[in-house]
Design a protein around this ligand. Structure first.
Ligand code: E4P
Length: 217
């Protein structure tokens, strides 16, 4: 399973990348806003840090303008993945950009039907949003399972990029049901290291070690 980081915070990306935890990065207009930086400048810095795919999202609504923006973003670096929304125009842009050899991430996917269209349009990645489905009492993980089954039935090559991840359980469940990639905020990835029994065990070892009166080195 590949790990993408869902952020435009370059310090956080560097920290995880230095640990070998980063296979790619996803950004979106909200994350660019949060970074407070220019999209081209921050995306270039991310591409310099990370070897894997870095998703940068178009904001135009019509296919022609999406294609123009996508080509502009793709000039930033060779590892740019152009992110387009799962609209009819987004699918047209996906087809055009992928036919020209660009990696394309089709985002804002909320149904298996949408995921089929993205695969037919040549998407490199499909991004089903787990958290936002859970937010409205639908089952985000079931969507990942459904897409996995359909893509396997027909040997679609599009990779399932589980997005809108809010918890450690989202990551382990997405891994269990066969997502190819997860993208998660840095804090959720770091939270994977936490366990209450690890903390409890460490406290016990510290207390017992203090009683020995010994030192190492
Ligand atoms: C994915 O590419 C998106 O940037 C992201 O996962 C959206 O997550 P959110 O629903 O927490 O905003």
């Amino acid at each position: 399973m590949k790990f993408f980081v869902d952020t435009a915070d370059t310090a956080a990306i560097r920290e995880l990348n230095d640990l070998g935890m980063v296979d790619g990065v996803t950004t979106n207009p909200s994350l660019i806003l949060k970074s407070g930086r220019d999209i081209i400048e921050v995306t270039k810095e991310i591409c310099d840090i990370v070897e894997g795919p870095v998703s940068a999202e178009v904001v135009a609504k019509g296919a022609e303008d999406m294609i123009r923006e996508g080509k502009h973003l793709a000039e930033i670096a060779s590892n740019i993945t152009v992110k387009v929304p799962l609209t009819w125009d987004g699918l047209k842009a996906c087809k055009a950009l992928s036919s020209e050899g660009h990696m394309v991430n089709v985002t804002l996917c909320f149904s298996a039907a949408q995921a089929i269209l993205a695969a037919k349009a040549g998407a490199t990645f499909i991004s089903p949003f787990i958290g936002r489905l859970d937010d409205i009492n639908l089952d985000g993980m079931q969507l990942i399972e459904d897409i996995r089954q359909i893509y396997d039935n027909f040997d679609f090559k599009t990779e399932i990029l589980a997005a809108s991840i809010r918890s450690v359980n989202h990551i382990t469940d997405a891994a269990r049901v066969g997502a190819d990639v997860i993208t998660a905020p840095p804090a959720v990835i770091k939270a994977m290291a936490n366990h209450v029994l690890t903390d409890k065990g460490l406290a016990q070892f510290d207390a017992d070690w203090a009683k020995t009166g010994q030192k190492i080195g």
